[in-house]
Design a protein around this ligand. Structure first.
Ligand SMILES: NC(=O)c1ccc[n+]([C@@H]2O[C@H](COP(=O)([O-])OP(=O)(O)OC[C@H]3O[C@@H](n4cnc5c(N)ncnc54)[C@H](OP(=O)(O)O)[C@@H]3O)[C@@H](O)[C@H]2O)c1
Length: 245
């Protein structure tokens, strides 16, 4: 039963997060989306309709997250479904890794996940569930994505520990790890080499294509739902098999 559940999707203003928010709205949930850019949030909320609310928050800022959860508590009182999705990666081969890119990826993909989940927990009760958006880079980062892969491997290990920390709470916690998925940020990450990059990923895929955000949203919605009531602590790859070959 998803009707009237309260969901929070970090980074819900575009790409995979937006598709997840749209899926949860279609299931009758009230969905709060976050992101840093107010304009992108407003556009996404307009597209999602009246069951969606946008709150600007940067997951790398603890005061920003405190403010977010204070607002959610005051307006909605609780969170039934948390989707910790905000994140991203930067291509750089060894020898060209900058401190700024390292800090940005670890701050967003690791610190951001730690304090998003920890901040939401006081608003979650038995029956709630958490879905973290990881990446196949956790096991198969490929060339130029070492730092990004390290952040996603860190998230996988956080979850291994957290399922024990949450023992008895009645709150499930799982990861959906997408393979290459058709979002603006995937293209941007390849810079001037987008077409070659996408062709390489298509060629590598056992099913001969990259994924669509809606396909990741289906998996996230499953993990969040009561249909997955006995699924806890897994990393579920939604990648057409690309990370397994
Ligand atoms: N696309 C892929 O091929 C792919 C594959 C595997 C995994 N993933 C993972 O899927 C997730 C979403 O990626 P995407 O491709 O959908 O990216 P996207 O289209 O760039 O969306 C990222 C979202 O996160 C928000 N965001 C970024 N940094 C943030 C921050 N510091 N605080 C709050 N919000 C922030 C962005 O909004 P603002 O910019 O306004 O903050 C945006 O809403 C990420 O965790 C990524 O690692 C993506």
């Amino acid at each position: 039963m998803t009707q009237n559940r309260i969901a929070l999707v970090s980074g819900g203003s575009s790409g995979i997060g937006f598709a997840i928010a749209r899926k949860l709205v279609s299931q009758g949930m009230r969905v709060i989306i976050t992101g840093r850019r107010q304009e992108a949030l407003d556009k996404a909320v307009a597209a999602l309709g009246e069951r969606a609310t946008g709150i600007a928050a940067d997951v790398t800022s603890l005061p920003g997250l405190d403010n977010l959860f204070a607002q959610v508590k005051a307006t909605f009182g609780r969170i039934d479904t948390l989707v910790a999705n905000a994140g991203g990666g930067v291509h750089a081969p060894l020898g060209q890794i900058t401190e700024a890119a390292y800090d940005q990826q670890f701050d967003t993909n690791v610190k951001g996940i730690v304090f998003t989940v920890q901040g939401a927990l006081p608003l979650m009760r038995a029956g709630a569930s958490i879905v973290i958006v990881g990446s196949t880079a956790s096991i198969d980062p490929g060339p130029t994505m070492s730092v990004y892969g390290a952040t996603k491997a860190a998230v996988r290990n956080l979850v291994r520990s957290w399922v024990s920390d949450l023992k008895g709470a009645g709150i499930r916690l799982n990861i959906v790890s997408p393979g290459p998925t058709n979002t603006e940020s995937l293209r941007e990450a390849f810079g001037d080499h987008a077409e070659e990059g996408l062709a390489f990923l298509t060629c590598k895929s056992p099913i001969g294509r990259i994924g669509e955000p809606e396909e990741i949203a289906e998996v996230a919605a499953f993990l969040a739902s009561d249909a997955a009531s006995y699924v806890n602590g897994v990393e579920l790859f939604a990648d057409g098999g690309a990370s397994q070959v």
